[in-house]
Write a protein that binds this ligand. Structure first.
Ligand SMILES: Nc1ncnc2c1ncn2[C@@H]1O[C@H](COP(=O)(O)OP(=O)(O)O)[C@@H](O)[C@H]1O
Ligand SMILES: [Mg+2]
Length: 380
C-alpha cells in the first residue's frame, strides 16, 4: 500500500501536487494535516487555528466538516481525499465479491458530478492512477483494488449494506428530498454503520453555510472550536481558503445582496432566510385558534418567539408581564431566545400568549413533553 496522506498528496512531490501548486493551498494542507493528525509546522498550526478555533486532534478524525465560502477549494480538496482513499489496499477487510466504495453525495447529480469530474481528472492525468481503472461509467470508476468511486444523489436509501471507505457530502446544507424532512440527517445515519466496517474510513462534509438548521449546522454547533477527537469542523471565508479570489468581486457581491453574499463568500450562517425555522415544525407546534392556555402544575412550559420582534406576554393572576427578547449579546446576531418557565414560575392560572411577527397572537408552546423537546433542540 502506498504510504500517503491527503496532505502529502497535495504537497510538493505528492501524487496530486500538480493540481495543488503553490502556497495558495497552504491552508488546506494545514487542515488536512490536522484532520489526519500529522505533524504541523508553527505556520501551519496558525493557519489551522484561524479556521478551527481549537488545537489539532491527537488522532485522525472520522469526520471532517469544511464550512467554506464559494470557490474556496472544497471540491478540489475533497476529491483529493477521495482519491487517496480510493487507492488504498482494503483486501483484508473485504469478503469475496465485496467492494469498498468511495461515494460522493449531493442534492442532485450535477452537483455530485463536480467531485467526480475532479477525481476523473486526477486519474486521467497520472499514468499510475489511470492504470488502476478497470471500468468507467457515467456514475463513476471501478479500480483494480476492488474500490469503486461513485456519485449519487443524497438518497440514504441506496447506502445501507455497503462498505464505505470515504464519503463526501457535497453542499450538504442544501440536501433536499421530497420524501424526507431531514434527508441530511437520514443520510448521515445510514452512512455511519457503512463507515464502521473498515477502520479509518472518513466522512467529509463540505458546504457553504445556509440555514441554522440541519446536519451541517448541528455539526458546527456541537463540534466547532471544541476538543472533539472524532469530529473536526473548520469554517472560513472563500479568501481564507483561496487567497487567489478577487476581493473586489466579493465586495461587489456584498454590495448587491449582503445577506446572500455573506453566506456565499464569508461563510456566515443566514439569519434572514424566511424558512429559517422549518415551517412544518412551527405548524406542528401551533395549535391554531388557541390563544391562551392554562398551565398544569408540575409540568414545565417552554415558549419562544422570533426575537427580532419577539414579545411574550405572561398573564398571571390577572396581571400581564411583557417580556421582550433581545439580541444575543455574545454572538451579536438574532437567534431564537428561549424562555423557560419552570413550574415554580407558573401558577395554576398562568396563561402565556406569544406574539409572532406578522401573524399576531399565537400560542406556540404547550406543556406537552414532545413539543418541549422539539423546542429545546432548536435552542442555541
Ligand atoms: N486555495 C486555492 N488555490 C488555488 N486555486 C484554488 C484554491 N481553491 C480553489 N481554487 C480553484 O477555484 C476553483 C473552484 O474550486 P472548487 O474546489 O470547486 O471550490 P468550491 O467547491 O469550494 O466552490 C477551482 O478551479 C480551483 O482550482
Ligand atoms: Mg463546490
Amino acid at each position: 500500500m502506498m504510504m500517503m496522506t491527503p496532505a502529502s498528496s497535495i504537497s510538493p512531490g505528492g501524487l496530486l501536487a500538480d493540481h495543488f501548486y503553490g502556497s495558495s493551498w497552504d491552508r488546506w494542507r494545514a487542515v488536512l494535516k490536522a484532520a489526519f493528525a500529522e505533524e504541523m509546522s508553527a505556520a501551519e498550526f496558525d493557519l489551522f487555528r484561524e479556521v478551527a478555533d481549537r488545537d489539532p486532534p491527537r488522532e485522525p478524525v472520522q469526520e471532517l466538516w469544511c464550512i467554506v465560502g464559494r470557490g474556496g477549494g472544497k471540491d478540489s480538496t475533497a476529491s483529493a481525499i477521495a482519491t487517496v482513499a480510493a487507492v488504498g489496499d482494503y483486501q483484508k477487510f473485504l469478503r469475496a465479491g465485496e467492494v469498498a466504495s468511495v461515494i460522493c453525495l449531493a442534492c442532485d447529480r450535477e452537483q455530485a458530478k463536480i467531485c467526480l469530474r475532479y477525481i476523473r481528472g486526477y486519474f486521467r492525468e497520472d499514468a499510475n492512477l489511470e492504470a488502476l481503472i478497470v471500468r468507467e461509467t457515467d456514475d463513476g470508476l471501478e479500480l483494480v483494488n476492488r474500490v469503486e468511486i461513485i456519485v449519487a444523489t443524497n438518497s440514504y436509501r441506496s447506502l445501507r449494506g455497503r462498505t464505505i471507505i470515504c464519503t463526501i457530502l457535497d453542499e450538504v446544507a442544501f440536501f433536499r428530498d421530497e420524501r424526507s424532512a431531514s434527508p441530511d440527517e437520514e443520510t448521515y445515519n445510514a452512512l455511519m454503520p457503512a463507515l464502521e466496517r473498515v477502520p479509518g474510513s472518513k466522512l467529509i462534509g463540505i458546504s457553504t453555510p445556509y440555514r441554522k438548521i440541519g446536519l451541517l449546522y448541528r455539526k458546527w454547533a456541537e463540534s466547532f472550536g471544541k476538543a472533539d477527537e472524532d469530529v473536526l469542523v473548520v469554517r472560513g471565508t472563500s479568501r481564507q481558503f483561496n487567497p487567489l479570489l478577487s476581493q473586489g468581486r466579493i465586495d461587489r457581491a456584498l454590495k448587491r445582496d449582503r445577506a446572500a453574499a455573506s453566506s456565499e463568500w464569508l461563510a456566515e450562517w443566514r439569519a434572514d432566510v424566511s424558512d429559517y425555522i422549518d415551517r412544518a415544525l412551527v405548524e406542528e407546534l401551533v395549535d391554531r385558534g388557541v390563544r391562551e392556555r392554562v398551565c398544569e402544575r408540575g409540568k414545565s412550559c417552554t415558549a419562544f418567539s422570533d426575537e427580532a420582534e419577539g414579545r411574550t406576554l405572561i398573564q398571571s393572576r390577572g396581571q400581564a408581564h411583557e417580556i421582550i427578547f433581545r439580541m444575543d449579546p455574545i454572538r451579536r446576531e438574532p437567534r431564537i431566545a428561549p424562555l423557560v418557565l419552570t413550574p415554580s414560575d407558573v401558577k395554576n392560572d398562568t396563561c402565556i400568549t406569544v406574539y409572532w411577527p406578522g401573524r399576531g397572537e399565537v400560542a406556540i408552546f404547550t406543556n406537552r413533553t414532545a413539543a418541549g423537546d422539539r423546542c429545546n433542540s432548536h435552542r442555541r
